[in-house]
Design a protein around this ligand. Structure first.
Ligand code: ADP
Ligand code: MG
Length: 693
């Protein structure tokens, strides 16, 4: 139960003065429906309204605030003309100019002969001061209320900044006195301010510096949010660790067989990961481990080898992939590696016929299938294992972070390994996967050819096409990735279709098209044709499946590469590094290219190290959208900015370790305050699984 002290902050914004249904809806879309959401909707800028010299001494283009006497109204001659109001501050005349406004409101707001405080941008025009549509007009005694620094909020249509300023004021009034959850040691910091003070100050910035991520104000708020995140993850982790698990040592029989049949030897990074996994498997607690490795680093082999330990002891393992294509691909890989070892592998996807499914269910329940590979279908009710002991989840971020606790419910005391090909910067790792242990495969197998990357202006497209036609004639296969138009599937599709038609004029039936609007089956069919070589050029929107394996495809052309994020470019390029032939990645760009976009392309040219690229991506883009995290269930911070506040993350993590040691049940004064912090930032999972007992 949420502590009652927080109730006013979790009340809906309709409880604020002047917020009707219509505004409530608009504001909900902008930042949320609670009073707290308004407080967490931080200004991005400030408008300085403290400039108040006599008009005669004012400067052109400044935002001027002062008191004027209204002298005359001049209604427009026609609707095309503006409504003008003449006034003076006693030193110079000023014309207020209004386009398309209701006469009534103007007459009411600017009564002739009276004094008003106004604020707006001054322009010197035709020898006279002019101000169009003043931002403020109020009775003169309210001058001090407008002559100040005004926060500027991110807006949405229908909501004015003035309105948000007012709502922020109203919301601040609801802010209850909150206990201090930051450690006393940290309080002695010279520049310390409290959470409440920080919120007050961020909505009443004293200068632009108050709004920068490096300001003490923003850092305090960021720290609180990060601390809540780290504390929550630590609780979940503790809970997992407390769960008893089974201990699997394995006999080594199958493991050795598969290992010695491999056509290559494991990289040191793979061996390392295997050792770390084995330690978890042997230990009597549940494993929850993230296996990170770039595309092609050999995670599948590692996953398989670790599965064998469980199978050697008569239990079963499951591998879940996010798509049918990937599930099938894993099934084929694993089946091949397990050939002649006696290990039985099954494939279960939604596409199977009812009869085929039933057969799988039966063999599974009887323990005849050792490894089951599949999609979400694995977790439907009919799927009953004889003894599931180990679950591997590929590309899990597509499944959402919170789901992972429930995933292993199929097997009692199941160990869980999550594999991701997305290199994740360390800071994000801590915030999103802080509850998991992790292993990293940081090197690619030796001899792996790199993808030579060139950056070319799109005016050279004809040259690219003729080079491509030579390559295709030699039997190479290629991807042609169409531009991200505006992230709406519709316009992306239009661009892709157009390019498809154009390329068909050169390459005829050899060209295929794949996009997000296609049904799963249609996608599969096109992918299959590309795989077997019936199509040799695949035009695609950015939907090319993560991890799709077509070793013959060694060329990738990306149009409007300047529009893509680094992580996305890296993921796409990963597709042509599956074989042992050197790939060619051609990044086509068109002007305008922003400085950041240029740097992204340079980085792509320079390196293939996914981990380095991920760190750079974080630097260049800041918190929000790293690695396509928006749709992927990564923690989204409202107050913290991961590109600036990484140091706070480390500090918070250490802080949490201390807390867990000294006050694991949050019973001290500070502990109680920390509980409030968890509720404040809605760390619901932690609250549910831990605080609720
Ligand atoms: P990931 O899943 O990490 O993208 P995979 O496990 O699919 O990578 O491996 C990519 C390719 O590399 C596969 O063809 C696999 O057989 C091969 N491979 C894996 N480990 C090694 C290794 N140590 N040396 C050489 N090739 C390897
Ligand atoms: Mg793989």
């Amino acid at each position: 139960m949420r502590p009652s002290i927080l109730f006013p902050l979790f009340a809906t914004i309709s409880t604020l003065k002047g917020v009707g249904d219509k505004y409530a809806r608009l504001i909900k879309n902008l930042c949320g429906e609670k009073v707290l959401d308004i407080l967490f909707h931080l200004p991005a800028n400030v408008t300085d309204r403290t400039y108040t010299p006599p008009l005669r001494e004012a400067k052109d283009g400044k935002i001027w605030t002062g008191i004027v006497t209204i002298t005359e109204h001049q209604p427009p001659a026609s609707r095309k003309h503006p409504y003008r109001i003449y006034c003076t501050d006693g030193t110079a005349e000023l014309v207020l100019v209004f386009f398309k406004v209701y006469k009534d409101s103007i007459v009411k707001n600017y009564p002739v002969g009276e004094r008003r405080a106004i604020s707006g941008k001054l322009e010197y025009f035709n020898g006279m001061w002019q101000m169009s549509h003043p931002d403020y007009v109020v009775a003169e005694q309210y001058l001090p209320l407008i002559a100040r620094l005004e926060p500027v909020y991110p807006l949405t249509a229908g909501i004015t900044n003035k309105m948000l300023c007012r709502l922020a004021e109203e919301s601040l009034k609801k802010l209850p006195p909150l206990p201090e959850w930051v450690a006393p040691e940290s309080l002695t910091d010279l520049e310390y301010i409290s959470f409440n003070q920080a919120l007050e100050r961020v909505h009443h910035p004293k200068n632009m510096a108050d709004l920068l991520p490096s300001s003490i104000v923003r850092r305090r708020l960021a720290y609180d949010e990060i601390l809540s995140n780290q504390l929550a993850l630590a609780f979940i982790r503790q809970k997992v660790k407390q769960q008893k698990g089974r201990s699997f040592k394995g006999t080594g029989a199958l493991y050795d067989k598969v290992l010695s049949a491999l056509p290559f030897s494991l990289t040191d990074a793979q061996k390392n990961a295997l050792n770390e996994i084995a330690a978890d498997q042997t230990a009597p607690y549940k494993m929850l481990r993230l296996l990170q490795g770039d595309v092609g680093s050999g995670k599948t082999v590692v996953a398989l080898l670790s599965m064998l330990k469980v199978i050697e002891e008569g239990s079963q393992a499951a591998l879940m992939a996010p798509t049918e294509i990937l599930a099938k691909q894993h099934f084929e890989t694993i089946s091949a590696l397990c050939e002649n070892t006696g290990v039985t592998v099954g494939l279960l996807t939604g596409k199977l016929k009812a009869k085929e499914k039933r057969e799988i269910y039966e063999r599974l329940a009887a323990g005849e299938i050792n490894i089951l590979v599949g999609t979400h279908a694995l977790f439907t009710e009919q799927v009953v294992f004889k003894d599931l002991a180990y679950v591997v989840i590929d590309e899990q971020h597509r499944f959402g972070v919170n789901q992972r606790l429930s995933l292993s419910a199929k097997g009692e005391l199941c160990d869980v390994l999550v594999m991701t090909a997305t290199p994740i910067p360390r800071s994000l790792l801590l915030t999103a996967y802080g509850d998991m242990d992790y292993s990293k495969i940081g090197e690619l197998p030796k001899g792996r050819k790199l993808a030579q990357t060139v950056v070319i202006n799109s005016s050279k497209m004809p040259d690219v096409i003729s080079a491509l036609s030579r390559k295709l004639a030699e039997g190479t296969r290629a991807y042609w990735v169409c531009p991200l138009v505006d992230e709406s599937e519709k316009s992306d599709l239009a661009a892709a279709t157009e390019r498809y038609e154009m390329l068909r004029q050169y390459f005829g039936d050899k060209v295929g098209l794949i996009h997000g609007k296609m049904k799963e089956q249609e996608k599969d069919a096109v992918m299959e044709e590309f795989k077997i070589g019936k199509k040799s050029l695949l035009v695609a929107t950015t939907v090319i499946e993560v991890g799709v394996n077509v070793p013959e495809a060694t060329i990738m052309i990306i149009e409007h590469a300047e529009r893509f994020g680094l992580a996305q470019l890296h993921q796409l390029r990963g597709r042509i590094k599956r074989g042992f032939e050197a790939g060619n990645c051609i990044l086509l760009y068109s002007y305008p290219v922003s400085a950041v976009a240029k740097e992204r392309l340079e980085i792509m040219k320079r390196t293939e190290n996914g981990f380095y690229i991920a760190e750079k991506d974080l630097e260049l883009r800041g918190g929000g959208e790293i690695l396509g995290t928006r749709q992927s269930g990564f923690t989204q911070f409202k107050l913290a900015d991961m590109s600036s506040h990484q140091d706070l993350l480390i500090k918070a993590r250490d802080d949490v370790q201390q807390i867990l040691k000294s006050d694991p049940k949050l019973e001290s004064e500070r502990g109680k305050a920390l509980k409030i912090l968890l509720y404040l930032f809605e760390q619901n999972e932690a609250v549910k699984t831990y605080l609720a007992g």
